[in-house]
Design a protein around this ligand. Sequence first.
Ligand SMILES: [Ca+2]
Ligand SMILES: [Ca+2]
Ligand SMILES: [Ca+2]
Length: 297
Amino acid sequence: MNCPSEVEGVSNDGILYVEKGNIITSTYVERMPEATLAAFSHVARVGSLEIIPSDYMVGGDRLNIIVLDNDLNKDPTVVETVLVRVATLKVNEPQKLVELTEDEMNSGRFVGFLTTVPSDPANPTVAVRTDLFMAVEPGDEIDVFYLDEAIPNGDAQDIFRRVTVAFTGTIKACVASVNATLSTSGCQYTSFSDNGLVTYMALPGDTITVNITDRDISSSTQDLNVTAYASPTQTGDYQVLEVMQVATGEFSGQLRTSTNPIYARPNDGVLLIEADTDIVVTYIDRVPRLNQVSTVT
Ligand SMILES: [Ca+2]
Ligand SMILES: [Ca+2]
Ligand SMILES: [Ca+2]
């Protein structure tokens, strides 16, 4: 086993110093049956880059970045650093260099993070180069690049990971207007605001149209979790809604209601309601983790 010429490790101290490209051979001598078992592993030479969250993030999240690369651990007695580059396709948003720090003197594992702030597309926030954060909007793609300066053939290689900023889902439930020009909301009856939550009126027995938007959901409506229940409810009835895609990121479903107790069974296709109960329709958005609620009374 070669030791790096500049660092002669203390023998048998539990730490094995290796140079890149070395093969570490571990042997184990078995007494019965008499045999020597050997295992081989290469010292990593191509770095790895990991980001958390890994697929979708939300404005305001911290983007955690981890690089594993033994080549960067040049001195096992010193905590070292490496820079990674974070770029976005958002207009005028400068790329950021993020310093990662070795988490132990001799780990070869470099960790750091970039703070993000949510930006409203209608009134965008843009970070300047010296800001320690990046402003992100739903749909933005954030790319993290780690330039590995030494891979086996001697070349440098950019390793990158991409995370997408998620859209916050919305839900609206009301009785659809029979005459679309009757109201711009597309709803038959009036609405009022209850603690900031818009509630539409309905009559017992009405069929309620539920519209959901979430552009993270591409086509598979299986991913949409929409449930309605009456509140307060004596019966415990609830109804899971089937929704269809009507446009990109837009989904629609129908909720049938009745005051007839034969529909008391949960999830039988009809929600049992009484006069003066609220119907609460909930869409559980996976990213960001939010329950979006719409009520009908
Ligand atoms: Ca080190
Ligand atoms: Ca979403
Ligand atoms: Ca029912």
